[in-house]
Design a protein around this ligand. Sequence first.
Ligand code: NDP
Ligand code: HSE
Length: 451
Amino acid sequence: MMRTRPLKVALLGCGVVGSEVARIMTTHADDLAARIGAPVELAGVAVRRPSKVREGIDPALITTDATALVKRGDIDVVIEVIGGIEPARGLIAAAFEHGASVVSANKALLAKDSTALHALAAEHGRDLYYEAAVAGAIPLVRPLRESLAGDKVNRVLGIVNGTTNFILDKMDSTGAGYSEALDEATALGYAEADPTADVEGFDAAAKAAILAGIAFHTRVRLDDVHREGLTEVTAADIASAKRMGCTVKLLAICERAADGKSVTARVHPAMIPLSHPLASVREAYNAVFIEAEAAGQLMFYGPGAGGSPTASAVLGDLVAVCRNRLNEATGPGESAYTMLPVSPMGDVVTRYHISLDVADKPGVLAQVATVFAEQGVSIDTVRQQARNPGSGDEVTTEQGGAGRRAGGGGEASLVVVTHRAPDAALSGTVEALRKLDTVLGVASIMRVEGE
Ligand code: NDP
Ligand code: HSE
């Protein structure tokens, strides 16, 4: 039976995502009504600039008073696609207090305050859904919250930021410069209002916090996530990765410790082998692997950013939340019963690619190797490239092989790839290397994942 009285929806924000939400709500109105069991009506659209032309939206619905809209009292669902912390947080709180359920795409807010927001939703018997907050169109939040609720998730690893993947892909495949690639990602609507959130890894770290919290049934906040962006990644790193048969990706990795007593969450650039499925994730696409005890390895792949893909996730939540309202039910809330602590980055065990500028003279390799040994970090391979400025001369010496040029007086680039070691041991190694007179600089340190 179709209810004739419509469910009223307030849309907060009508930018890249909001405008697509409004478009799909209008063009698919009949299908949405049939799936929900009642029509949904756009009751108001809050924006900052009321005079901006918004195609397909009745100008009478536009308001700059978002607070008055959510407090009207007749709103069933508030869709928050403004972004940022305030006024989004206050508006969501007001929505619950005035009887509405909430659908949000706001990972920054959820990674900061989801516990308080979930508590408010529960107090008022309403839903808080946020599929669009992680990896655009890809269903991840619902599979973790619902489909895998009976399993034990041990690891979540993936590419969760479209902008940075777009930039790295362009740098790698077309040789485009960093700024040029970022401008293109921004023009395509992938980047955050302040793209620093993307390139410095804050956006991916927020998503990692959300995923880790749901996956491990604990509380993980943005500040718990170790974060490194891609601004330090150089063309030389990308070239060095290629020589190793790898590519560079900004990864989010959330893991349960082997003893099950803690978790870690981190975001950083990493080299991954070209044979790994994540290596072939191009442009603004995202992909996430989930490893669960009973299910094994699952892979989720799709468009991770952009108005229309993100609106798809928002609309999926809208349908779910509306169905719940009609059934006078609510969906899952926060599940944080394990209360597992988040361990520091130093406890993470992985492999490393370290590029050093060294004096090209006898004994340097031995000195460097000794530092690694003293810190308990085992070396897998060493590659030395002697630099002979001006001549283009490059001589490569692999570990264990005989040098083909007598070192003397110049500089060389030494690339060391390690076996798995704790991050704290690697930091100690780098600190000790910097103290060697023969180490002229640490050009780059990158983790190697996915092997
Ligand atoms: P935009 O910057 O394109 O849109 C923001 C909208 O919010 C605009 O319509 C703006 O109004 C409105 N707005 C800003 N401040 C206020 C305010 N104080 N009161 C009322 N309205 C306000 O952002 P996006 O659409 O790209 O992103 C929205 C949310 O979705 C963010 O949380 C983002 O992280 C998330 N998201 C975005 C994705 C993407 O690919 N873009 C993907 C996944 C999630 P006006 O139009 O007048 O400027
Ligand atoms: N700025 C984000 C990205 C949008 O590039 O992934 C999707 O969350």
